[in-house]
Design a protein around this ligand. Structure first.
Ligand code: PLP
Length: 394
């Protein structure tokens, strides 16, 4: 059956405007534009990892292909970094990818078949839904991170409620984009038992693994994939985008059980072939212990921004990540829809991400990135937002 001129149905609804079409409203407004919908940072990466600094060292063949599994210098740096953090990984189980996004794409296409279902713990990072749909599998949204800590919430029963005979995998992202929730050990254990009992793959998204706002009470973040039950059923995605302010470098990596990593290496070869060699070398430098001070400083700044934002919006401080997620319902004017409220904000220059892109249950919610602008700009943005939200609301 000829398909022309229709593209494949698996590409239906995938749009580069996933985050927001509100920016143009803000740009046309004549006000200062605060694009708080972009999940990025105002910081420059650690000195040694900046592209300018690559020129300092002789790199023969800098512009040639890299090894398909990854540049040896980067693989060594990752193995050493994980060992240093007490999260050892085997270099044979590693695959460097062109950013976390392509890593998750390759992992999803390796684990899922058309007709499968993947439980998508919501709210979620908006691109993951499209990544899963493009495989032909069905993402099954399960509102969780906003409910988890409510009295009486039963995590196990909630997970069971999303299960069908077609469920093949579950996607877990902690620290979570957009809520900033960090799963604790008990919650991870429940997810691990659930995945184990029902024979599910786990796709663990560690994009914010170094951006937990640890306290003395919890000096280290719990990690999902290191749970003993999960080690052999989890494909883990890491990226340097968030931890080291290297989003434009497009460097990430996957690891998981050997047989599936062999398939992942194959699929990655047939799609991305390799990540950019110069940026892999930059990433290797970012992972050196010399970056510790940079990272501590970045985390302290992000934490201060998180606290400032949470206070301005009268919501709890996120436990990690670069976002807050809040319900706009209390701030709607009479008869106003959530979409209209976000347009009102955009017309005053403040662009937020509509919550619905993080899950169908979140139409009245909004996501704000508190790391994408410097502190002085964030202060102005929050003052504008407060005026918009609290006018008429004491
Ligand atoms: N996973 C989550 C939870 C994210 O927030 C992001 C980026 O925002 C990614 C994955 C993708 O990261 P990358 O920039 O490395 O593609």
């Amino acid at each position: 059956m000829p398909r022309y001129p229709s593209p494949a149905r698996s590409a239906d609804g995938l749009s580069p405007a996933v985050y927001s079409s509100l920016l143009s409203l803000a740009e046309e407004s004549g006000h200062e534009v605060f694009a708080l919908n972009v999940g990025d940072t105002y910081l420059e990466p650690p000195h040694a990892a900046r592209v300018q600094r690559l020129a300092d060292a002789p790199h023969p063949g800098l512009h040639r292909y890299a090894d398909v599994r990854g540049e040896p210098a980067l693989i060594e740096a990752i193995v050493a970094d994980h060992a240093r953090r007490g999260l050892p990984i085997d270099r044979e189980r590693l695959q460097i990818t062109a950013g976390g996004t392509s890593g998750l794409d390759v992992a999803a296409r390796t684990l899922l078949e058309p007709g499968d279902e993947l439980i998508l713990l919501a709210p979620y990072w908006p691109l993951i839904r499209g990544i899963v749909r493009a495989t032909g599998a069905q993402p099954v949204e399960l509102p969780l991170f906003t409910e988890l800590r409510k009295p009486g919430f039963d995590l196990r029963a909630t997970l069971e409620g999303a299960l069908t005979e077609r469920t093949a995998a579950i996607y877990v992202n902690s620290p979570n984009n957009p809520t900033g929730v960090v799963l604790n050990d008990d919650e991870i254990a429940i997810i691990a038992d659930f995945a184990d009992e029902h024979g599910l793959w786990v796709l663990s998204d560690e994009a914010y693994e170094r951006l937990g706002f640890e306290s003395d009470a919890r000096p280290r973040l719990p990690t999902v994939w290191t749970h003993p039950t999960l080690l052999d059923r989890t494909v883990v995605m890491h990226t340097l985008s968030k931890s080291f302010a290297l989003a434009g470098a497009r460097i990430g990596y996957l690891h998981g059980p050997t047989p599936v990593m062999q398939r992942i290496a194959g699929l990655n070869t047939f799609t991305n072939y390799c990540a950019a060699r110069p940026m892999q070398l930059a990433a290797a430098r970012a992972l050196s212990p010399d970056s510790d001070a940079w990272l501590a400083e970045a985390r302290a700044r992000y934490r201060a921004a998180a606290e400032q934002t949470a206070k301005a919006l009268r919501i709890p401080v996120p436990e990690g990540g670069t976002f807050v997620f809040f319900n706009t319902r209390p701030y709607l004017h009479k008869g106003e829809t959530p979409e209209a409220l976000l347009e009102r904000c955009a017309r005053a220059g403040v662009v937020l991400t509509p919550g619905v892109v993080a899950g169908a249950a979140y139409r009245s919610w909004a996501r704000l990135c508190f790391t994408c602008v410097p502190p002085s700009v964030l202060t102005r943005a929050l003052a504008t937002l407060q005026r918009l939200l609290y006018a008429g609301h004491p």
